[in-house]
Design a binder for this molecule. Structure first.
Ligand code: H2U
Ligand code: ZN
Length: 348
């Protein structure tokens, strides 16, 4: 019998942030692929689209008009999933039937007035304006008595269900801490109580020594493929300094966040030479007024593409019923992304 080797043999990896496990099957990554691999020809978008509900001056659902904005523009979602004025109440019929009312505020952020751009094609100074809006909105929503968690995210690409190519993101803020940040809150607190340091601070230190999952590093942030990644090219951006939320970043750190957001997404676009779809978002401490020294600011990127510009990973079958699974290892994914140019393919 040969010795167990994580690069060759099936195994499970542990995610200390969520206490979940992922099945990794490296031997399967070696099987031949006979499906599609062709590049997708994407049509160039106009800088202004008269039909786009996010372009400056245009009408949105419900008849409101966007101002003639330049740079970023924030508005309350016309179809907010959470409302400020819904009545409070609970359903509690024993353990089996429980429900609680939920309130919140949902916003949409246009990243640029230019309909044709995406984050990897924007200048760092313009992405910095997006980071500044995140900080302002986080601070403002976080101050609201009713709001205990602010989820900032970006859904990019039609295959992620994104409704519009105009560069934009969303913020859903709520009175409850939602499921994923709630799990991370628990694990980070337990870790901090035991070790006196943040879970992600220690994880990042170890990854910077190992180096095999690191993609990009700047003065204040690191982008890497986490050891426990589920999606083929899943990544995280982690701040080098443990900070509870983006509003606590220094001026230089905010620019570094914009820089690494751009550098990572350029590599994503360069992977299959296509505008690379993903859901990404910040995870940060709740905004219920308490101190959360264990919380370490980070950003998750969950992209669905697996093998080419059109072949995506399906989370079906075993994954829906048993556990997530991947073939290509986190280390192989990291190497592929690391080896790509940091100049956007459209600009060479
Ligand atoms: P995506 O980021 O998933 O494309 O969603 C865009 C959001 O924009 C979506 O939540 C909102 C939708 O409710 N929207 C408006 O607020 N006004 C509109 O006129 C259309 C879409
Ligand atoms: Zn997280």
């Amino acid at each position: 019998m040969t010795n167990f080797n994580i690069e060759d043999h099936p195994h499970r990896r542990f995610n200390p942030l969520t206490n979940d496990w992922v099945l990794v099957s490296p031997h399967c990554a070696k099987r031949p692929w006979q499906g599609q691999v062709e590049k997708i020809v994407t049509e160039e978008l106009p800088v202004y689209d008269p039909e786009c509900y996010l372009c400056a001056g245009n009408e949105r659902a419900g008849g409101k008009h966007n101002p003639q904005y330049k740079g970023t523009f924030v508005f309350t979602n016309d179809f907010s999933s959470l409302l400020t004025d819904s009545p409070e109440g609970i359903v509690d019929e024993g353990n089996l039937f429980q429900a609680k009312s939920e309130t919140g505020i949902c916003k949409v952020i246009c990243f640029s007035e230019d309909h044709s751009l995406t984050i990897p094609e924007m200048q760092v100074e313009d992405i910095r304006k997006v980071v500044d809006v995140w900080c302002e909105e986080f601070a403002e929503l976080g101050k609201n008595e009713m709001i205990n968690y602010v989820q900032i995210f970006e859904n990019k690409g039609a295959i992620m269900g994104c409704s519009n190519p105009h560069p934009h993101g969303q913020i859903w803020s709520s009175s409850s801490v939602p499921t994923e940040p709630e799990k991370e809150s628990k694990t980070q607190k337990e870790y901090f109580e035991k070790h006196g340091t943040t879970l992600l601070g220690d994880y990042l230190k170890a990854e910077l020594v190992k180096k095999d999952r690191i993609l990009v590093e700047n003065e204040h942030f690191v982008a890497l493929v986490p050891f426990w990644a589920v999606w083929p090219f899943e990544t995280m951006i982690i701040s080098k300094r443990p900070v509870q939320n983006i509003a606590l970043l220094t001026d230089a750190e905010k620019t570094s966040l914009a820089d690494i957001y751009q550098k990572l997404t350029i590599r994503y676009d360069n992977l299959f030479e296509v505008s690379f779809a993903y859901s990404a978002g910040l995870h940060q401490a709740p905004t219920d007024g308490k101190d959360y020294p264990e919380w370490h600011l980070h950003m998750h990127f969950y992209p669905p593409l697996l093998r080419s510009a059109s072949v995506k990973k399906f989370m079906v079958g075993y994954e829906m019923l048993a556990s997530p699974q991947r073939d290509i290892t986190a280390e192989q994914a990291a190497q592929r992304l690391r080896d790509l140019s940091d100049v956007h393919y459209k600009k060479v």
